[in-house]
Design a protein around this ligand. Structure first.
Ligand SMILES: Nc1ncnc2c1ncn2[C@@H]1O[C@H](COP(=O)(O)OP(=O)(O)OP(=O)(O)O)[C@@H](O)[C@H]1O
Ligand SMILES: O=c1[nH]c(=O)c2[nH+]cn([C@@H]3O[C@H](COP(=O)(O)O)[C@@H](O)[C@H]3O)c2[nH]1
Ligand SMILES: NC(=O)CC[C@H](N)C(=O)O
Ligand SMILES: [Mg+2]
Length: 515
């Protein structure tokens, strides 16, 4: 049995972030449903419990509640935001709606010694997101630190080892947030370091084997980071039971399909089938301008291609599992905000939608990980740098990078321009340092002059962005000489371009892709 930190999930948008912070400390953790019986946690070898935040209000009639017996297990409990409000209320304190909601950065003033805050400066900038707050502490508790709006920003009962934090130590904007989590894990729970990338691989391989047995898995492989790491993991687990399908949508970059075939032949002994579906995709997209419609059509065409491939393979080989390189941000991004589809910004397409229609069982070993963690796993599995550190490339590909009508001619122009950009980024040693660098085709005619001749043609925009998780981004600053060289090469070498412009918008308010 492996010693585990349990994170009880009350629905916070940061529950997964808490889990990853614990993994960063090389400690094993597991996310549990908020109402998991205390007995289950005991049986699982839980040595510390964290109660996550959540959108609910502790005094709402159907507020999510934990099994109260978790406070009698004798293991330390840390409540974060909704978690501390819950703990306060259950153990005999009082919570109320506060007049001043506290959102964003605040200053934490530490007033009392606490093992949770050991080694920290007396003042910290911390990130808040709450409307309710504790107004009276339960018996046995003391206030340790306050913020502008909350007397009880950090509270503790050191006898019983119960701790509560009103702000969010798990988000990167909270100063020393990692130190607080480290203090909890090692100073309070006395957890051993028992979780590394190698452990993740070992356990995941075992889980895949247990799930799949002698079955066969079909993996949608784009050659991108996520699906490649997924392929390597699956291959390690089930070897010949894995078949990978790469779809050439006609919306891929220059030489992408050939490069991926070559790369895979060289580095992997994986059964890879390439499907050329360019005709189908381009036919469906003909005359379509609206970005969301493009995305829907591309998603639909993916499903069609897979269904066909599965029918072909199934009769002979009996595929029953679908593998996907889904990672955690995919899960979040494709969720409509607050369950309201109108609040969705754009529909990110993965092969999603497939499983339901195709009655497949899903294998998604990377579902809980963030991109940088996926890259660590890939590195540990021995994948080459050009796979692990590739820039992300969206499923809809150049389809969302040609603004307006998508035609073969426009795609070809974009492919040439984009190849020049990537070439120059590689040459300058910047390709792996910047989150994404790509070209966008703008169907805007402008006048140029080449060899004394009028050149009335379209525009290419350069989109270069720095980001950590694609949720927010800023335009990347690269040397002017390099910009000049890229611009020069594109206007000189690519027919059908009269002008190159630079996109200097951050996200928000812009998004990374143009459509
Ligand atoms: N052309 C394609 N052929 C087959 N599967 C694809 C294709 N494009 C996308 N997919 C599937 O959709 C999933 C999501 O795509 P996404 O671009 O987010 O991930 P990725 O391509 O694996 O990695 P990266 O984020 O580095 O591009 C992939 O993991 C893969 O399973
Ligand atoms: O797999 C994907 N399917 C999609 O439909 C999709 N749309 C955008 N992206 C990528 O997601 C990140 C954020 O992009 P946006 O700021 O444009 O929403 C950026 O990294 C984008 O490249 C996608 N990835
Ligand atoms: N982030 C949270 O956990 C918020 C808790 C609770 N919903 C509040 O508004 O106070
Ligand atoms: Mg991709």
């Amino acid at each position: 049995m492996i010693q585990t930190i349990a994170v009880l999930d009350f629905g916070s948008q940061y529950t997964q972030v808490i889990a990853r912070r614990i993994r960063e400390c090389q400690v094993y953790s597991k996310i549990y449903h908020f109402a998991t019986p205390a007995e289950t946690l005991r049986a699982d070898g839980v040595t510390g419990i964290i109660l996550s935040g959540g959108p609910g209000s502790v005094f709402a009639p159907n507020a999510p509640m934990p099994d109260k017996a978790i406070f009698e297990l004798g293991v330390p409990v840390l409540g974060i935001c909704y978690g501390v409000q819950l703990m306060g209320r259950i153990l005999g304190g009082k919570v109320a709606r506060s007049k001043h909601r506290e959102y964003g950065l605040g200053t934490l003033a530490i007033r009392k010694k606490s093992p949770l805050l050991a080694g920290l400066p007396r003042k910290l900038r911390v990130w808040n997101s709450h409307g309710d707050r504790l107004i009276a502490l339960p018996p046995g508790f003391a206030a340790v630190a306050r913020t502008e709006n909350s007397e009880f920003a950090v509270v503790q009962d050191t006898k019983r080892n119960f701790y509560g934090i009103q702000f969010h130590p798990e988000v990167s904007h909270s100063e020393h947030g990692m130190d607080i989590i480290r203090n909890y894990l090692f100073g309070i729970c006395n957890t051993p370091k028992n979780w590394t990338t190698a452990d993740f691989i070992k356990q995941t391989v075992a889980e895949i084997r247990a799930q799949v047995g002698k079955g066969r898995v079909l993996l949608a492989l784009s050659g991108g980071v996520d699906s490649s790491v997924c392929a390597a993991l699956l291959h390690k687990a089930i070897g010949k039971q894995l078949t990978c399908v790469y779809v050439d949508t006609g919306l891929m970059r220059k030489n992408e399909t050939q490069n991926i075939e070559k790369l895979y032949a060289k580095h992997f002994k994986i059964d890879l089938r390439v499907v050329d579906a360019a005709q189908l995709f381009l036919k469906r997209l003909k005359g379509v301008n609206d970005p969301e419609r493009k995305r829907k059509i591309i998603g639909g065409a993916f499903i069609e291609v897979f269904e066909k491939k599965v029918r072909e393979l199934k009769t002979r080989e009996g595929i029953e599992y679908l593998g996907q390189g889904t990672i955690y941000p995919d899960v979040i991004e494709s969720m409509a905000i607050g369950g309201n589809p109108a609040a969705m910004i754009k529909s990110h397409h993965n092969v999603g939608g497939l499983p339901e229609r195709m009655k497949f069982k899903l294998v998604e070993p990377l579902r809980q990980l963030f991109k940088d963690e996926v890259r660590q796993v890939g590195t540990k599995l021995g994948l080459p740098k050009e796979v692990v550190w590739r820039q992300p490339f969206p499923g809809p590909g150049l389809g969302v990078r040609v603004v307006g009508d998508i035609t073969k001619e426009r795609l070809d122009v974009l492919r040439e321009a984009d190849a020049i950009l990537q070439d120059e980024m590689m040459d300058a040693g910047l390709y792996y340092k910047i989150w994404q660098t790509f070209c966008v085709y703008l169907p805007v005619k402008s006048v140029g002059v080449i060899g004394d001749e009028r050149n009335y043609a379209d525009v290419i925009a350069l989109r270069l962005v720095d980001s950590i998780d694609a949720m927010t981004a800023d335009w990347a600053k690269i040397p002017n000489e390099l910009l000049q060289k890229i611009s020069n090469r594109i206007t000189n070498e690519v027919r059908g371009v009269s002008r190159v412009v630079l996109d200097i918008s951050s996200k928000p308010p812009a998004t990374i892709e143009w459509e």
